[in-house]
Design a protein around this ligand. Structure first.
Ligand SMILES: Cc1cc2nc3c(=O)[nH]c(=O)nc-3n(C[C@H](O)[C@H](O)[C@H](O)COP(=O)(O)OP(=O)(O)OC[C@H]3O[C@@H](n4cnc5c(N)ncnc54)[C@H](O)[C@@H]3O)c2cc1C
Length: 417
């Protein structure tokens, strides 16, 4: 008989796990309290590629800390009572910035990101028109701003990430409708993007259902190990499964706390707002205003402006200070008109201190699997994570050595139960 699997969470990560598992003959139920792909996997910037091989915690972070701590940098904002609230997380975050830890984490991120686009293509086969292959632009207003990207460029060069440096004329040729505020640009040509991340999720979830998977709209309330499986407590009853995959994105650690797992996954909040495109002035690809610390991505819903990170209490009301401060910059730089949403969207990147996701078997429960903590690159890494989980559960040789992503790495800090 086929083994039953409950996949908790229908974001890009859970959907990808579910699809890979159903294709390997498991009997899979995908559970979410909302429609598939309605949360973080909907609201992101839609960038897929190897540009993000540098973890957030890097040697240069120490230079930036005073600005971050004083809320003087648009990239990071601390809400009231931070960082005291997650002091342990920040200590581990800073420990990951040591050069040796940083280099190791770059290699580990690169190992996953190398497969990000090809695994999206494989899952979306037949629908690969949903992926745009126009690259991604990082834009610089000043020479010192460009010079500050030297570390990133050296890293890309070392790891074979293709990029081209453009001057004003080169940039104007590529993106003729940008305002004349950028002196330099880096074009990462192999990066892809999508015009609607939610649509990609829905398409994959439809595929999962059409290939024999069950999608259940339910709130997951509890988890309890049973003999040879797990009992998943739901608002409307319970479900027994031989194997359970926790893919609840930013909410994963909350549920696992009830089983004694104290995992360092926090919510790195971020906002987005859609702006109307100016008539006949298209934008060709996602752009990062590096000194402004925001991204503009052309999406079906409009030009989506996404902000940097806000560290705040998970249930604190929205405080879109970063969004308000970058809007004037976006207006002078991009062909944007009026806001299209009544209010900004608020979501959260599920962040670990070393910027690596948590993928693999739960340390103390053999039938429980973890697939979360993908921070700012989870949309890119969903399909490769799904493949890894399914390969491990099916006893196949995994595409990438999964050991560095195990929750066991937090055990020596007292995490892991
Ligand atoms: C502003 C911003 C920009 C980003 N840009 C990019 C980008 O350009 N590229 C990239 O790769 N990544 C990006 N990311 C990160 C990326 O969006 C996330 O890492 C990724 O979407 C996480 O996917 P997930 O499936 O783990 O989580 P989610 O998509 O959040 O899915 C988790 C699911 O669990 C469900 N759930 C939670 N609790 C329960 C419960 N108790 N019962 C039932 N269901 C529950 C939720 O409804 C949700 O559907 C960005 C994130 C933000 C916030």
């Amino acid at each position: 008989m086929a083994r039953s699997v409950a996949v908790l969470g229908a974001g890009i990560v859970g959907i990808s796990c579910a699809l890979h598992l159903v294709r390997r003959g498991f009997e899979v139920t995908l559970l979410d309290r909302r429609e598939p792909g309605s949360e973080t996997s909907w609201g992101n910037s839609g960038v897929i590629g190897r540009a993000s091989i540098a973890p957030l915690s890097q040697p240069a972070i120490w230079r930036k800390l005073p600005r971050y701590a004083a809320n003087r940098d648009r990239a990071v904002r601390f809400g009231p009572a931070y960082p005291a609230r997650d002091l342990g997380w920040f200590v581990r975050f800073l420990a990951s910035s040591r050069p040796r830890a940083f280099d190791a984490n770059v290699r580990r991120l690169n190992a996953l990101l190398t497969h990000a686009l090809s695994e999206h293509e494989a899952l979306l086969a037949g629908d690969s028109g949903l992926l745009r292959r126009d690259g991604w632009l990082q834009l610089f207003r000043t020479e010192p701003g460009f010079d500050a990207s030297a570390g990133a460029r050296a890293l890309w060069y070392r790891h074979g990430v293709r990029f081209r440096v453009l001057d004003r004329d080169g940039l104007r040729e590529l993106e003729p409708h940008l305002g004349p505020v950028f002196r330099r640009a880096i074009w990462l040509e192999d990066v892809a993007s999508v015009a609607d991340p939610g649509q990609v999720c829905r398409r994959l979830a439809e595929r999962f259902a059409s290939e024999g998977g069950a999608v259940l709209r339910e709130e997951v309330r509890s988890l309890a190990p049973t003999d040879g499986g797990t009992r998943v407590g739901l608002t409307g009853g319970e479900l027994h499964a031989d194997e359970t995959v926790v893919a609840l994105g930013p909410w994963s650690a909350d549920l696992l706390a009830s089983l004694g797992y104290r995992l360092p996954v926090i919510r790195e909040r971020g906002y987005h707002l859609h702006l109307a495109p100016r008539h006949n002035e298209p934008l060709g690809r996602p752009c990062l205003d590096a000194e402004g610390a925001y991204v503009v991505t052309p999406m079906t819903a409009g030009l989506r402006l996404t902000t940097g990170i806000e560290f705040s209490a998970p249930d604190a009301p929205p405080t879109p200070v970063q969004l308000d401060s970058v809007l004037p910059l976006a207006r002078e730089a991009f062909p944007v008109g009026a806001p299209m949403d009544p209010d900004p969207w608020l979501g959260a990147r599920p962040g670990t201190p070393d910027s690596l996701p948590v993928i693999g078997r739960a340390p103390r429960h053999p039938n429980l699997w973890f697939a979360f903590g993908h921070a700012s690159i989870g949309f890119a890494l969903g399909p490769v994570t799904g493949r890894l989980i399914a390969e491990m559960m099916g006893g196949e040789a995994p595409l990438v050595d999964p050991a560095p992503y195990s929750a066991m790495r937090f055990r020596r800090f007292g995490f892991g139960g």
